[in-house]
Design a protein around this ligand. Structure first.
Ligand code: GAF
Length: 389
């Protein structure tokens, strides 16, 4: 659904349900990531951007101690009683909201009740960070509604904490991109200092296309947290041997290699990927700045190889999608994007060739797995913002 239709739909539903006007409306985007996967929680650099797929939230205060939240697309609703302790519940999507309220309360913010309706055109489970958009957009709206004066960076950090509360020990990339995104710009984010620079998202003769595998393997959450632990284990070993190393970006491949027998093989492979990927992000940003899109594409393919073989977060469906497009000279780069184990591949395709490639890949994917491929042409958009009513 187009964003303008989504806004109208959300507003109408709100007004019909509560018989009152929307006080604040917030648009909160999903994100893509050009390069730097699983690098945010490893204190490296990432290259994300907000996209033109969003969650739309409508809010009003309701003069009570109850927060009533309606998920329009799911036709479900729930309530948070501000006088009670907030706890995790079985319905997963509600926990992102509970996480935000719990954090606000534990940080001493005094809240009052409100009504909220939301609706989205970000595909769920596709690696486009609908959960970050949910946490950050919800918090952004409460911030506006009650004038809490929480700064954008803190909105991103609190969004990340809410995700931890729900159970995924994610890094900061998704929330940062969702809040700080800027139209037609890619963000180079230093995940150690949270310093960032904007770079033109100019892909010259190429277009970005996302192929959604339409699969989501169940081990995503557990494997994600496990990867994080493996990297922490590896870094601790490296630091024990090399006092000058504080984060992976201080460590050379030679140093890591010298410790190969001192760590379990999977841990070595994870560390190897992280060190290579940090280097690739720097090269990718340079390639983007200089318009060297084929170089950028090669880096994407190399990252996919690393995510598949070293970090082991790909799956048969994603490997197939990347291997198939790689045979086509019009595709200069492709890789699994986001946490992995399903979701999308990000592809850089020569302008004019995309329609044929989409058609051929859809057919090949259906033949191979019996699954329908979903396709998204994304544009790079602004971060979370108020929508003027
Ligand atoms: C998920 C996480 F939420 C991010 O923090 C990041 O680690 C990403 O996976 C992998 O790069 O989206």
């Amino acid at each position: 659904m187009q964003t303008t239709d989504l806004i109208t739909k959300t507003k109408n539903h709100f007004e019909n349900t509560f018989n009152s006007k929307v006080e604040k409306m917030v648009l909160s985007p999903g994100r893509i990531n050009i390069l730097g996967e699983h690098i945010d929680y490893n204190d490296g650099f990432v290259l994300p951007a907000a996209i033109d797929k969003i969650i739309c939230f409508a809010f009003e205060k309701n003069n009570s101690q109850k927060c009533k939240i309606i998920a329009l697309d799911l036709d479900e609703e729930f309530e948070i009683d501000l006088t009670q302790e907030v706890q995790l519940e079985a319905t997963v999507w509600t926990n992102y909201f509970r996480g935000i309220i719990q954090l606000l309360k534990s940080n001493g913010f005094v809240l009052e009740g409100f009504n909220c309706v939301f609706s989205s055109n970000i595909p769920v489970g596709s690696g486009l960070s609908s959960s970050a958009a949910l946490e950050c957009g919800f918090l952004f709206g409460i911030n506006e509604l009650f004038g809490l004066n929480i700064k954008p960076l803190d909105i991103a950090l609190m969004g990340q904490k809410a995700e931890h509360w729900v159970g995924i020990h994610c890094g900061i990339m998704d929330q940062f991109a969702s809040v700080m995104g800027r139209k037609d710009k890619v963000i180079k984010l230093d995940c150690t200092t949270l310093e960032y620079t904007y770079h033109d998202a100019d892909f010259k003769d190429y277009v970005l296309v996302l192929f959604d595998s339409n699969v989501k393997h169940a081990l995503m959450t557990s494997a994600y947290n496990q990867r994080r632990q493996e990297c922490e284990e590896g870094l601790a070993i490296i630091k024990n041997h090399f006092a000058a190393v504080h984060t992976f970006r201080d460590c050379t491949l030679e140093q890591l290699l010298s410790l190969k027998t001192k760590m379990p093989e999977p841990v070595y492979k994870r560390c190897f990927f992280v060190i290579k990927e940090i280097d690739r992000v720097n090269k990718a940003c340079e390639a983007l700045d200089t318009g060297a899109i084929t170089t950028l594409g090669e880096l994407l393919f190399a990252t996919h190889e690393g995510l598949s073989k070293e970090y082991e977060v790909s799956c048969d469906e994603l490997d197939f999608l990347v291997a198939t497009v790689k045979k086509n000279p019009a595709v200069v780069g492709a890789r699994v994007m986001g946490g992995g184990f399903g979701g999308c591949t990000l592809n850089l395709i020569k302008k004019g060739s995309q329609d044929k490639i989409k058609e051929e890949l859809s057919k090949a994917y259906l033949d191979q797995f019996g699954i329908e491929l979903k396709i998204y042409d994304v544009k790079i958009g602004n971060g979370t913002s108020l929508h003027e009513l």
